[in-house]
Design a protein around this ligand. Structure first.
Ligand code: IPE
Ligand code: IPE
Ligand code: MG
Length: 239
């Protein structure tokens, strides 16, 4: 296992697929929502660790566009937890100089969660430490389709021409516009898939998968992932 070296290069942007809350709860004979509640504590610790380590961007996959398919009771528990977490932790975010941003179709969230989210975003907007990007009701295919729709509209209205479309212009129409691409993508709970997360943006991300369930993910696990990243040789197609 690679030891984390504080002196060597750290990823600028870490993205995490926080998976395994349900299995963590099941192992303990607890309801799934207890797994999500415990997962919120991991979020708090992870935020603190990333702030301490000087990571610039942390993107957390909290709720996918496919997660709406889950039973209503679980969706409600997750939405309630989100609003509660933001309400309780926004003063901590402000104090820790964290700027909150969101990616995803947040118009689909229940009004109370959306209003709390918008409030927390507003209150942390002037912070210039870690940027915490929460992916909520997020699907990468939806994001790509939304970007394409906007580009087609601009083209139809003569605001831009199809011949001028390039990677940069396309990137600037994604929800992640203005953010650097993730350098390191972590998925917990041992699943080897992307589940509709940042398909465009992770083109050259280093991928790290751990068996650890998200509610058990602590600072040491994050440091192990960064240690593994530091050992990789990123070539971006070159030599
Ligand atoms: C991740 O944990 C949290 C969300 C997807 C919202 P899961 O709820 O997917 O947990 P498992 O995969 O069932 O263990
Ligand atoms: C991905 O986890 C989404 C989040 C972590 C929010 P899922 O548990 O929804 O993904 P699948 O269903 O295992 O692919
Ligand atoms: Mg899962």
């Amino acid at each position: 296992m690679a030891a984390f070296d504080p002196e060597s290069e750290i990823p600028r942007h870490i993205a995490i697929i926080m998976d395994g809350n349900g299995r963590w709860a099941k192992e303990r004979d607890l309801p799934r929502r207890e797994g999500h509640r415990a997962g919120a504590e991991s979020v708090e610790e992870c935020l603190k660790s990333c702030g301490d380590l000087g990571i610039e961007y942390l993107t957390l996959y909290a709720f996918s566009s496919e997660n709406w398919k889950r039973p209503e009771q679980e969706v409600n528990a997750l939405m309630g937890l989100l609003a509660h977490f933001l309400k309780e932790k926004t003063p901590t975010l402000i104090k820790a100089n964290v700027r909150l941003q969101v990616i995803g179709q947040i118009e689909k969230l229940p009004g109370s969660s959306r209003r709390q989210l918008e409030k927390s975003i507003r209150k942390t907007a002037d912070n210039d430490g870690l940027t915490l990007v929460v992916a909520l009701s997020y699907g990468s295919r939806e994001e790509i389709v939304d970007a394409t729709r906007e580009l087609m509209r601009k083209s139809a209205e003569g605001e831009m021409s199809a011949d001028n479309l390039d990677n940069e212009t396309f990137s600037n129409h994604l929800y992640t516009r203005g953010m650097p691409d993730p350098d390191l993508l972590i998925r917990t709970s041992g699943e080897f898939r992307i589940s509709n997360f940042l398909l465009w943006q992770i083109s050259y991300a280093e991928i790290y998968i751990t068996e650890t369930f998200w509610p058990d993910f602590r600072r040491e696990h994050l440091e192990t992932a960064i240690g593994e990243y530091q050992k990789r040789h990123r070539r971006f197609g070159g030599l």
